[in-house]
Design a protein around this ligand. Sequence first.
Ligand code: FMN
Length: 345
Amino acid sequence: MLPRYDGTQSYEWNYTHAPAPLGVDVPPLAGQYEFLGRPVGSPLGVAAGPLLNGAWLLYYAGLGFDVLTYKTVRTRARDCYPLPNVLPVAVEQVSGSEPHVPRASAMNGTWAVSFGMPSMPPEVWKADVRQTRELLAKDKLLSVSVVATEQPGWTITELADDYALAARWAVESGADCVEANFSCPNVCSSDGQLYQHPGDAARCAEAIRAAIGDVPLIIKVGHQVDEAAALAMIDALAPSCTALSMTNSVALPVADENGELLFGGQRRGICGRGIREASIAQTALMHELIRRRGYKLRLIGVGGAFDATDVRRYLAAGAEAVHLATAVMIEPDVAIGIRRAWSNA
Ligand SMILES: Cc1cc2nc3c(=O)[nH]c(=O)nc-3n(C[C@H](O)[C@H](O)[C@H](O)COP(=O)(O)O)c2cc1C
């Protein structure tokens, strides 16, 4: 059995302890697949989060994923939040309207995530991205996730410029595409809720587009159930971006056994199995709205995908690709299982 992530080690420890690539046989997937206009071997990718650096990325590239997303980086170094960075929660499927979710004593597929988007200094990640692109097989795609780092007193122009700078550095370092995170439920700054502010989101997306030319641009968005708000978001982002990735997570407070709120009462991103239905429903809603408007925007399904059935459901909802985070951490060979089940179906 491959080593599973158990959440007891720090981000810094995990950063320097990637397993060595395994060289296992990966079953090919029948059919033809594209990711943002480029041919790929499957619709399977790793979402932003588990791949802390090139060593982690190359390990998962060898385990059957075709699009590898480099964990979100910034234009300046940022520390990780203290442990626990993941906390199992006891839920079936969340809707987002729960007052809070209870913590669980063991991981059953769903957890609250609390990293705060740490980043190595730019000189470190830029060199690592460059080396990773050189080592990664030519038929696999390297997507680099970026976020701006808001400073006190900044206007939206400065925030947009910081997004654009991070994106430009990612492309200069060899990224095949850029994913800009417009939703981080664990940070209070405006980059965390950008997807809910269409005017500001459009400004940031335009600035990134201007900085990276025609390199594909993915915008990662959070949970959105309101149709009018979803339409406003799509209208704001369609002119500048190639694809939307959803759902980052469903943001909710977490409580202990006595109902006491954890994490100082702040919401944390609920990720894993328990957000599958909300995320598939959101993908289907966005697909319908994009169709209605006639936009060319593609969709990447993210949230609670663990098996071939989940992947097929995302594709049926209108996603072009499905990216996994939680599943790859607790079941590193999940893509191989999905490929086998797919071939046998
Ligand atoms: C440990 C962990 C770290 C994450 N870090 C990031 C991140 O740095 N940037 C980001 O955009 N999303 C991050 N996410 C969110 C995932 O990309 C994904 O949207 C979310 O986990 C839902 O997918 P899942 O249900 O397959 O886990 C993280 C998720 C996990 C589990």
